[in-house]
Design a binder for this molecule. Structure first.
Ligand code: ADP
Ligand code: ZN
Ligand code: ZN
Length: 722
């Protein structure tokens, strides 16, 4: 017997496997999808069994051992991996590894442990009764009564000496039981009764004959309640449900709501868990002990065998697309898995992506809309403030309206959220004498100043250096700080409102485990009056006492050179606004901008998604952007600038010679970020209409470039950023 094994050594080859001989005594353990340990040169490597065959033309080495008792990759996942690897033009092994948590990856070096609790139990009832009747040891008798009532009791409940004597007398024995690190057990409550709009949406989702449904519901319209009702139906039929949520800042709230109704039927997966916690959660799934998984992007790959529904909350979130290799999109994967299991896929958002809404508009997806907030709360009142006028009054960071709004809320003991899409203190240092900007020596990206640490930091590669006093170019002492970040806002607010309590939430304050939850809970408990944060606080959070949301600078997203910048601005303003006035108290939103006439800001102010969609579609059509054209970004990186440039041109020519349909090729040009960690990057952007043909060309291209060691080529289909 011979097996083909996929090992991580083949990382630069799209789908290269190596053949091995199976010794007689291991034959009955061989199954496709299990991991094996194999000799490779003078190393030992783990790999996945991909194929079983009878002969090979080569002289083969035998495998060392079979690692898994059960296949780690199911049939479905094996096939799914192949499809994805073709769709997104990446290596098969990368996809398989991305499907698994650390403890299950091939080539995993960490040693995951299983946690156990020690229990005690009686050897026999007769011996126990005999002891009770003939002994005067009060403490020992107490334990025996407990065991007669409860069968098994945690060992550490009683003093170790008392237990030792009972053990020595042969009256009790010790037993170990496996314990999961996360326990979602909770007292179960009934689901809320849906209001008539929710009921209608719920029925339309259930009765739809389409595979994919877009649930377009304004913030606070009660979408989460609908998910729970849909899921209850599915698990009552013995099937399983996957719920994807965009960010960990959101998961704790949603998990708490689900726990109340589904208790320990839930497993959770997100980046806030430790490797061992993920290992435990994965075992719950493999053993069929849970029927609902709630998690971030990678949770789409959980090895459920009978999926009944997949729900993608905040479907517009860019976090569903992985922005490093393998660049899969969890929504595309969800739709494939939905087809395989004959399960509905529900994409939900108050601000769907233009592409998703266009598909619903064209009736590829079912469109279900919810236009009212669930608990009779009104949509907030939105005010746009022109910062050009404020500057004239001397207000560079906070407008008069915002200052008045904040002090009004503080007086009324209500809460405020201030949003800024930039972390750090002041964005960057620039010389007012010669115009020099302090940049990262590795990446050619402006460094961001962080006041807490006193360092200039690169947000791309992590490079850090002390703040500069003297301009490195003209040697003058004219370096000034420009731009503002969350850290600066926090400081300014504390200065302006001395008696207020302010807390900040961004990458810098949430790096510790559990930090997100702590900040959210303490703000929820009104230990703080004002929450300052980045997009981390924009989505999904539900704080009843928040009645004012301030968007400090709505232009930070508009000014990013990306064809989606208006879409992102609309989404972000709408999402942040959705944090205001979610209960009885009416909400207000103040948007500060230098572009008060911009269409995305104005449609968002009026909560007019359809208006924005129609306007944006016109622009997309003229400029040949998605959804009218597909877009692919090809990046070519290498150490030698001239060679990278030359090879990029060859790649462009190759694509040009092979295309047959309407296609636009832009570039090669130097990438926006032209140098990262001393590697130079060029890019080619391809806009095309025939997806299948382009997939063919790109897969062919990657095969050709496999052996080109002068450059590295990566393909990003439908990239998040250009
Ligand atoms: P979304 O997910 O659309 O933002 P949520 O499901 O979070 O909306 O609902 C917003 C608020 O309304 C929550 O506080 C929720 O508990 C409440 N709510 C939703 N549906 C109902 C209902 N049918 N009855 C009572 N309260 C509801
Ligand atoms: Zn200078
Ligand atoms: Zn850098």
């Amino acid at each position: 017997m011979i097996i083909s094994v996929l090992v991580e050594i083949s990382i630069n080859k799209k789908e290269k496997t190596f053949d091995y001989l199976v010794p007689e005594n291991m034959k009955n353990m061989i199954q496709i999808g299990k991991r094996v340990l194999v000799p490779f040169g003078n190393q030992k490597l783990e790999g996945f069994i991909i194929n079983i065959k009878q002969e090979s033309e080569y002289d083969l080495k035998p495998i060392i051992k079979v690692i898994d008792e059960e296949p780690i990759l199911t049939d479905e996942l094996l096939k799914l991996g192949k499809e994805i690897s073709d769709d997104i033009v990446c290596n098969l092994i990368k996809i398989y590894q991305a499907m698994l948590p650390v403890g299950y990856k091939a080539s995993n070096k960490t040693n995951m442990t299983i946690k156990e609790d020690k229990y005690i139990k009686l050897v026999s009832k007769d011996i126990a009764l005999d002891f009770i009747n003939n002994s005067k040891a009060k403490k020992q008798i107490e334990i025996i009564y407990d065991l007669l009532d409860n069968n098994m009791v945690l060992k550490n409940k009683y003093s170790s000496n008392t237990i030792k004597s009972l053990l020595n007398k042969g009256i009790i024995i010790e037993e170990k039981k496996e314990k999961y690190r996360i326990d979602n057990t909770c007292k179960i409550e009934e689901l809320k009764i849906l209001n008539s709009y929710q009921k209608d949406a719920y029925n339309r989702i259930k009765n739809s004959n389409k595979d994919v449904i877009l649930l377009h519901g304004v913030t606070g319209s009660g979408k989460t309640e609908i998910y729970m009702h849909l899921i209850k139906d599915v698990i009552d039929k013995g099937k399983e449900a996957i719920v994807l949520v965009p960010e960990i800042s959101l998961t704790s709230q949603i998990i708490n709501r689900f726990k109340k109704h589904f208790s320990n039927k839930i497993a959770v997966f997100h980046s806030g868990l430790s490797d061992s916690e993920k290992y435990d959660e994965y075992r719950k799934i493999k053993r069929g002990e849970v029927s609902i998984v709630i998690g971030a992007r990678s949770a789409i790959f959980v090895p459920f065998n009978n999926i009944g529904i997949i729900i993608i909350d905040e479907e517009h979130s860019t976090s569903y697309k992985q922005d490093h290799n393998p660049r899969y999109n969890a929504i595309d994967v969800a739709i494939k898995r939905g087809k395989y299991h004959n399960a509905k896929v529900v994409l939900a958002s108050a601000t769907p992506t233009i592409e998703t809404y266009a598909r619903a508009d064209k009736k590829y997806y079912e469109l279900v809309s919810l236009n009212k907030r669930a608990n009779n709360a009104c949509m907030p009142d939105v005010i746009i403030v022109d910062m050009k006028n404020e500057i004239k009054k001397g207000n560079s960071i906070f407008s008069e309206a915002l200052i008045n709004g904040i002090s009004d809320r503080l007086n009324k003991h209500e809460q405020v959220i201030l949003f800024l899409n930039k972390r750090g203190y002041s964005s960057y240092q620039m010389c007012s004498n010669c115009g020099e900007v302090i940049k990262c020596p590795n990446c050619d990206i402006t460094l961001t100043y962080h006041k807490n640490s006193g360092l200039n930091r690169c947000h791309y590669c992590g490079y850090a250096d002390n703040k500069k006093d003297i301009c490195p170019k003209c040697k003058s002492n004219s370096l000034k700080s420009f731009g503002i970040g969350t850290e600066k806002i926090e400081e300014e607010i504390k200065e302006l409102f001395k008696n207020s309590k302010v807390i900040r939430m961004d990458i810098d304050t949430t790096s510790k485990k559990g930090a997100h939850e702590k900040i959210i809970n303490s703000f929820m408990n009104h230990e703080y009056d004002i929450l300052v944060g980045t997009q981390m606080i924009a989505k999904g959070l539900d704080f009843p006492l928040v009645t004012l949301v301030g968007v400090i600078n709505a232009d930070t997203l508009l000014n990013i050179p990306d064809f989606r910048s208006n879409e992102h601005t609309y989404q972000l303003i709408n999402q942040v606004s959705g944090r205001a006035g979610r209960s009885e108290l009416p909400g207000q939103v103040i948007i500060q901008t230098y572009n008060p006439d911009n269409y995305s800001i104005n449609y968002s102010k009026n909560n007019n998604y359809i208006g924005f969609y129609n306007e944006e579609m016109k622009i997309r059509k003229v400029l040949k952007y998605p959804p009218y054209y597909f877009i692919t970004l090809i990046k070519i990186g290498g150490k030698n600038y001239e060679i990278v440039k030359e090879e990029s041109q060859k790649i462009k020519n190759y694509i040009y010679e092979n295309i047959t349909h309407a296609t636009i090729i832009l570039g090669p040009t130097i990438s926006n970020i032209s140098k990262v960690n001393n590697i130079y990057y060029f890019q080619i952007i391809v806009k095309f209409r025939n997806k299948e043909k382009m997939k063919e060309i790109l897969n062919e291209l990657i095969l050709l470039e496999e052996n080109n060691n002068k450059i590295n080529v990566s393909v990003d289909i439908n990239p998040n950023n250009l």
